[in-house]
Ligand binder design. Structure first.
Ligand code: ADP
Ligand code: ASP
Ligand code: MG
Length: 417
């Protein structure tokens, strides 16, 4: 039997009615002749609630226990989905991550897949079961402990199963009907794309477009999994939604294909660190060890140069806002250990990152200038800039986020096909 993977996100399983609605979609695919692997998220809001309970109980929590708590939301929806399908006469069985088992690294709260043995599910399909419902987001470490794959990780569970089982396609059902030129909740001019290249989706995801977890796109690209995003609330067929695919399968070629943003950014500046070989390693090593995801980095001549006997520099970096305390502690510990020195650590927690992405940028000059002019025309000040081959990102004050996204969407004419 051909295998299909269907993933339902949090809003798609938010209550019993929605689980029933998702189950109907699964049943339809079974009737079309597929053996179906269903991946479910926790009910929407549940994972946030669990994270909050952990953080309230223990601010610098033990990540093993974080995973023990935070993974639990998916257990409920997996069992309920299997029960619902059984009620509809579809033979279904649920599996938690450890039961499959989904083997991962031991990097708690950000684990990566190592292997997914097929034996258990294959045996069930061979017995005549039509649907395996898998709790998304979960894994099992070599030490035998539950791990989780990072927020939004059920997308990655879905792609990993599609790759492991040679699925015909991996369908990601969510609360929007596809991938848009920008988040349709922020711009009503956002336009749905029929197709998007893996590379572009990878950038959009890593720059904040949470419609797909970054790692899921990476895996789909590596294992050539046809990946589709579509609505769980609408009638859908083979042509619905957006297909994420290889660049050469896309006719449309715009220089910029999307605008992504991340609201929860912070900009941190270490004021007057010594400007010597090895200083960047001495700063970013401890930050990495503390699990801080540093993105943009700028090193510049310190404004306080004149006052100091040795050469000094200011080091600015961005990281997710919920990692500011962790970053501060890592830097203070490094200073106490004599690894680095700085006068002050200034955190600006009112920034957002906005990025334009497009593979067309590889062969087009002037995109950055166009972007900066469009922001200037709206009086939006740029605080930090970072570029790569197919993206340009800026940090701006968070209050300008919507305005800036709109201005960039307009200037690159993303509303037009
Ligand atoms: P799920 O719970 O199904 O995993 P998510 O909330 O993680 O859903 O992802 C879907 C959301 O992603 C949408 O509701 C939308 O607001 C947001 N989003 C951000 N950028 C985009 C984009 N470019 N296209 C579509 N949706 C986007
Ligand atoms: N429930 C997890 C989260 O909210 C995983 C997921 O939904 O993909 O991050
Ligand atoms: Mg998601």
């Amino acid at each position: 039997m051909p295998i299909l993977v269907m993933k339902f996100g949090g809003t798609s399983v938010a209550d019993l009615d929605r689980i029933a609605n998702a189950a109907v979609k699964v049943q339809r695919e079974v009737e079309r002749g597929y053996d179906v692997i269903v991946i479910v998220s926790a009910m929407s809001g549940r994972t946030n609630e669990l994270v909050n309970w952990v953080e309230t109980t223990s601010p610098f929590y033990d990540a093993r226990e974080y995973d023990a708590v935070v993974s639990s939301g998916e257990n409920v929806t997996a069992g309920l989905m299997a029960l619902r399908l059984q009620e509809m006469g579809v033979s279904a069985r649920s599996w938690q991550g450890w039961q499959v088992p989904i083997n991962t690294t031991s990097a708690h709260s950000a684990a990566r897949f190592e292997s997914i043995p097929r034996d258990n599910l294959d045996a069930k399909f061979a017995e005549g079961f039509k649907v395996a419902v898998i709790a998304g987001f979960q894994g099992l470490s070599q030490e035998g402990r539950i791990t989780t794959l990072g927020r939004g990780g059920s997308d990655t569970t879905a792609v990993a199963f599609a790759a492991a089982f040679g699925a015909e396609r991996c369908d990601i059902y969510t609360d929007v009907d596809g991938i848009y030129t920008t988040d349709p909740r922020v711009s009503d001019k956002a336009r749905k794309l029929d197709r998007i290249a893996f590379e572009e989706m990878l950038e959009l995801a890593s720059l904040g477009a949470k419609v797909l977890q970054t790692r899921s796109v990476e895996l789909a690209m590596r294992y050539k999994v046809p990946l589709r995003v579509l609505s769980s609330f609408e009638e859908t067929d083979e042509t619905s939604g957006t297909l994420v695919c290889d660049e050469d399968k896309i006719m449309e070629s715009k220089v910029v294909s999307g605008v992504a943003f991340s609201r929860e950014e912070a900009k941190m500046t270490l004021v007057t660190v010594e400007d010597r070989p090895g200083i960047a390693g001495a700063i970013f090593g401890p930050l990495a060890d503390a699990g801080v995801n540093v993105d943009m980095i700028v090193q510049n001549i310190s404004e306080h140069q004149a006052k100091h006997a040795v050469k000094v520099t200011d080091m600015t970096f961005s990281c997710p806002i919920n990692q500011v305390a962790r970053a501060r502690k890592a830097m203070e510990d490094a200073r106490d250990a004599g690894l680095i020195n700085f006068d002050d650590l200034v955190a600006d927690e009112d920034v957002a990152k906005i990025s334009v992405v497009g593979i067309g940028m590889r062969s087009h000059a002037g995109v950055a200038a166009q972007m900066f002019k469009a922001l200037a025309a709206e009086n939006v000040n740029i605080k930090v800039i970072a570029t790569s081959e197919i993206k340009i990102s800026v940090l701006v004050d968070r209050k300008y986020l919507e305005l800036a996204v709109q201005a960039l969407h307009d200037v690159f004419e993303l509303d037009k096909a």
